[in-house]
Ligand binder design. Structure first.
Ligand code: ZN
Length: 63
């Protein structure tokens, strides 16, 4: 994977929004839903957020 860095760099210039500049892999937007209990209203709140996942951080996010 590391060998193709120059190729990855070209890809990044062409399509920087979907490829990671670190690993050159395509980035996937993953929706994470976390719940937390709000003491004020005594109810569960659900937070949705999109996280961009690539080879660099997929282990820590998906595990
Ligand atoms: Zn990456």
């Amino acid at each position: 994977m590391g060998k193709s860095k120059s190729f990855a760099d070209k890809m990044n210039k062409k399509d920087s929004s979907t490829h990671c500049s670190e690993c050159g892999e395509s980035i996937t937007a993953v929706k994470l839903i976390s719940s937390e209990r709000s003491k004020k209203i005594n109810a569960w709140r659900f937070n949705q957020r999109f996280v961009r996942v690539c080879k660099c951080n997929e282990n820590e996010i998906i595990s």
